[in-house]
Design a protein around this ligand. Structure first.
Ligand code: ADP
Ligand code: MG
Ligand code: MG
Length: 199
């Protein structure tokens, strides 16, 4: 079972990964965006960790709802409302349970990813975070390790794609040949699940 502490560790591990990879995320956002993805997420997840420490939410659902709300209010870019919606919707789907099973979590994360697609209008293949998140959710029933690998593979596969959503879509064919920053950060988010589980 996954308890409140697991979800807090998930957010902390994501914040640490974003800190570690911030320069790379911003560098990826340079040729096909506005070179702010790393700093956007760094600001957001730093605020998430601070809020979780201060408010000490008592259930898995409230950890994620609070984290999502914080991302929406602190990240100005497209990724803030999208990641915020992902976590908030996932948290809401977890309800008020004190502990959740892995299957329940996989269902909740799927609801979160569906909400991202509804909000941003992106489908798999559009070269966005959705290209890492959808394969991750599909593999989550197997293991966190499988989900992490699927997300990483999905992120790498965005290189060959032409962007159809977000800032990178303005470049048309010139967006081909660059890995999508949001899909890359989504792979970090999913990889952090394994870290949270191992702690
Ligand atoms: P901005 O583009 O506003 O500067 P960021 O640089 O923080 O925001 O985030 C860019 C990332 O957001 C993209 O790499 C992409 O993965 C994701 N993204 C942008 N628009 C959408 C969308 N409509 N649906 C899903 N993801 C999107
Ligand atoms: Mg950007
Ligand atoms: Mg921006």
């Amino acid at each position: 079972m996954l308890d409140t502490d697991f979800f807090r560790r998930w957010m902390t591990a994501t914040a640490a990964a974003v800190d570690r990879e911030a320069e790379r995320l911003t560098a990826l956002d340079s040729p096909i965006g506005d070179a702010d993805h790393g700093s956007n997420l760094q600001r957001g997840f730093t605020a998430v960790v601070a809020t979780l420490e201060k408010e000490a939410p008592g259930t898995p659902g409230t950890v994620l709802v609070l984290a999502g709300r914080q991302l929406i209010s602190t990240v100005g870019g497209a990724s803030g409302p999208l990641y915020g919606t992902l976590l908030r919707r996932t948290g809401k789907a977890l309800g008020e349970a004190a502990e959740v099973g892995e299957e329940q979590f996989a269902d909740a994360l799927r609801a979160g990813v569906d909400a991202v697609m509804a909000l941003g209008g992106a489908a798999p293949g559009d070269k966005t975070m959705v290209d890492a998140l959808v394969p991750a959710v599909d593999a989550l029933g197997d293991s966190f390790t499988a989900a992490g690998a699927a997300a990483e593979q999905g992120a790498e596969a965005t290189t060959a794609l032409q962007a159809r959503k977000g800032r990178a879509s303005y470049l048309g064919e010139r967006s081909i040949g660059h890995q999508d920053p949001g899909a890359t950060s989504s792979a970090l988010l999913i990889a952090a699940l394994l870290e949270a589980a191992e702690d």
